[in-house]
Structures are given as structure tokens and as C-alpha cells.
Write a protein that binds this ligand. Structure first.
Ligand code: ATP
Ligand code: MG
Length: 352
């Protein structure tokens, strides 16, 4: 079990250290951690945010635990040398096309969400967003028409293999949860969406144990705040997923609690190779103060054990330890509490 550990900038190193402690406490047989430099930290040391030696470590590893990148001192650099290029470059290098974001409300935090507590309590869903296609990567341009009006366009497109591979990720994720998958599109208006829907239905034949439904994206946005309890796994394209995953994450609470996985098609001897990171950034405003909430990073490590190593039991153990710490009132500053990074790490570790 080779795990690449890329802590990065700002609070990255602080929260990754706690996630690593959690992994070490589990005492997993054969676990090997290999550190690498990314982001502004890598630029300082090697002159590049994603040096070749880091790419080599990423290729050799079965999974990557990623902190965060982002550093004001790099603002003057040309785009190719900015810290953010590290994460974009890794996604591209490893063809990580599926972004998974779980959203669930922890007990005792219902009052902190943007929904009514009784509605928020129902949420336990996973959004699977396609990352490498759609309108973001289609032909785009601007021009001035003959009559002087300016025009801009971005082509939305998906090839069937791009839909098929994300559908497989979503169906497999649904199998690992309660077996319900909702595919979100706009098939009543968009050809891209009609193809999306057709291909998802074809793939469904291989997963008879998963119950598939379809929903238009406008309705999905509404249902997500009206009756989010109806969803388990949601799969959707890049653009719709961008919007819905941010919407879902704010329905459940704080930035310091939300984890994510980015997966590709590479299978290792243990599971699907992936990169795991919190959804928050490097938080330069609180870096170096021991204040950052490491729970999102710790929960990212749990996702890693689940998806890249097939260690569902261990993932659940970590999630239960985090939930228990929260239920006991151990809260970071992002949740209006006063527990520091190390104290939160201690609370999780002691519950394991
Ligand atoms: P980046 O460009 O690096 O993604 P950002 O501008 O998106 O950064 P974040 O770094 O995510 O923003 O931080 C947003 C706010 O949330 C900041 O005020 C930060 O201090 C706070 N924050 C982010 N992560 C945490 C955390 N783990 N614990 C506590 N506060 C956090
Ligand atoms: Mg950000």
C-alpha cells in the first residue's frame, strides 16, 4: 500500500500531519508513506509547483493524500508556475476524471447548515461529477458579428466513452452505499444530455443491483434543498456537477469538514487509484497558527481507504471517530468552536 503524501502550502502541512497520525494509528499492514513537494512549497525548493520527482512519486503510488496549494508569494508568477498548477497537473497526468464529494450532516451540527435542521438531518449523499469533459473543454471563442454585436460560445459535448467511464464509477459507488443512483441531466433540451442518459442506461445493465433514476438539473437543484433525503448517489456532467456539488456542500455545513476524491480508471492491486483532498484551500489567513480544522483532511484519508484500498471498515471507523468527536463538542474555529488542529487530531486518534 503505497500512499503519496503531498502536503503543499498554508494549512496543508498542518492538517495532513493529523491525517497521517490517524492512518498510522490504524496500523495497516504494508502501509508505506512517500512524501513529495507540491505548490508554492515545491516552487521554492525546485522552481516548479509540480516537479518531475513529484510526478514520479504520484505514478508509483496506489493513492495520493493531497493537502492544499495556494500561496500569495507566488501571485507574481506566470500561470504555469503558480501553485494551483500542481493539482491541475496531477489530475491531468493521472487522468482523474471523476470527482466524488460526499455530503452528510454530522450530529450536533444541524443548526450550522443553511437548511432547516430537520431537512439537513436527512442528507447523506454523494455527488459524482465528471471532471474532464463538457462545456469546459469544448470549442470556444468570441467574435464580433457584422452588425457590431459581440458574441461568445462554448461547445458542450461528451463522447460516449467519457460518459461510460464516469457512469461506471458512479454505479460502483452506489453499490458501496445504499444502491440508489440518480443521473442528472437536461435531456429534454440538450443533445449532450440525451446521449448522457442513453449511455447511463446502457451501463446500468451491468449493475442490476443498483436502482437507477433520472432527473433534470433544474429539478435536481430544487429537490436538493426541498427534499435532499431522497438522494444517495448523484452522477452528473462537469458543469451541472460544479454547481450542484457546491450547493450540496453548503447544505451540510462547514468548509473544514468536507472531503473529496478524484478517481480515474487505473486499478491497482488494492482498488481504484485516486487523489484525496479536502475541498478547502490553503487558508493563508490562519496558516501556522495551529487553528485549522483537520477533519476534512482526515475524512479525505477515510475516502482513500474506501476507494483506493477497499478498506471500508477502516473508513467507517475513521468517520465514526470524527462524528463522535463532533458530537462531544470538539469543534474547530470554522464551527464556532475553539479546538486547535492538534487537539482535534488527538480527539480523533483517541477515539480510534
Ligand atoms: P484557495 O485559493 O487556496 O482555495 P480559498 O480562497 O478558496 O483558498 P480557503 O483556503 O478554502 O479559501 O479558505 C476560505 C476561508 O475558510 C478562510 O477564511 C479560511 O481561514 C477558512 N478555512 C479553510 N479551511 C479551513 C479549515 N480547515 N479550518 C478552519 N478554517 C478554514
Ligand atoms: Mg478555494
Amino acid at each position: 500500500m503505497k500512499i503519496a503524501v503531498f502536503a503543499g502550502d498554508g494549512i496543508g502541512a498542518e492538517v495532513v500531519a493529523e491525517a497521517v497520525r490517524v492512518l498510522e494509528v490504524l496500523d495497516l499492514p504494508g502501509m508505506e508513506l512517500i512524501e513529495g513537494d507540491v505548490g508554492g512549497a515545491a516552487w521554492r525548493k525546485h522552481g516548479h509547483p509540480l516537479p518531475q520527482q513529484t510526478i514520479d512519486i504520484a505514478h508509483a503510488a496506489d493513492a495520493i493524500l493531497f493537502g492544499s496549494v495556494g500561496d500569495f508569494d507566488c501571485d507574481h508568477l506566470e500561470r504555469a508556475l503558480r501553485p494551483e498548477q500542481a493539482i491541475l497537473g496531477l489530475r491531468k497526468e493521472l487522468t482523474l476524471f471523476a470527482n466524488l464529494r460526499p455530503a452528510t450532516v454530522f450530529k450536533g451540527l444541524e443548526d450550522l447548515t443553511s437548511l432547516r435542521p430537520e431537512v439537513a438531518r436527512e442528507i447523506d449523499l454523494l455527488i459524482v461529477r465528471e471532471l474532464n469533459g463538457d462545456v469546459y473543454f469544448g470549442e470556444k471563442g468570441t467574435r464580433t458579428l457584422e452588425d457590431g454585436r459581440r458574441q461568445g460560445w462554448d461547445m458542450m459535448s461528451y463522447a460516449e466513452d467519457e460518459v461510460r467511464r464516469i457512469a461506471h464509477v458512479a454505479f460502483r459507488a452506489a453499490q458501496g452505499r445504499s444502491g440508489k443512483l440518480c443521473s442528472v441531466d437536461k435531456a429534454n433540451v440538450l443533445e449532450t444530455s440525451q446521449l448522457w442518459r442513453d449511455v447511463v442506461i446502457e451501463v446500468a445493465a451491468e449493475y442490476p443491483d443498483v436502482e437507477l433514476s433520472h432527473m433534470y438539473v433544474d429539478n435536481a437543484a430544487m429537490q436538493l434543498v426541498k427534499n435532499p433525503g431522497q438522494f444517495d448517489v448523484v452522477v452528473t456532467g462537469n458543469l451541472f456537477g460544479d454547481i450542484l456539488s457546491d450547493q450540496a456542500s453548503m447544505c451540510v455545513g462547514s468548509i473544514g469538514l468536507l472531503a473529496s476524491a478524484s478517481l480515474g480508471e487505473t486499478q491497482t492491486q488494492y482498488g481504484t487509484k485516486g487523489l484525496y483532498e479536502p475541498i478547502h484551500g490553503s487558508a493563508p489567513d490562519i496558516a501556522g497558527q495551529g487553528k485549522a480544522n483537520p477533519m476534512a483532511q482526515i475524512l479525505s484519508a477515510a475516502m482513500m481507504l474506501r476507494h483506493s484500498f477497499g478498506l471500508e471498515d477502516q473508513a467507517v471507523r475513521i468517520e465514526a471517530a470524527v462524528a463522535s468527536a463532533l458530537a462531544d463538542g470538539i469543534k474547530g474555529g470554522d464551527l464556532g468552536g475553539s479546538a486547535g488542529t492538534r487537539a482535534i487530531g488527538d480527539a480523533v486518534v483517541s477515539r480510534l
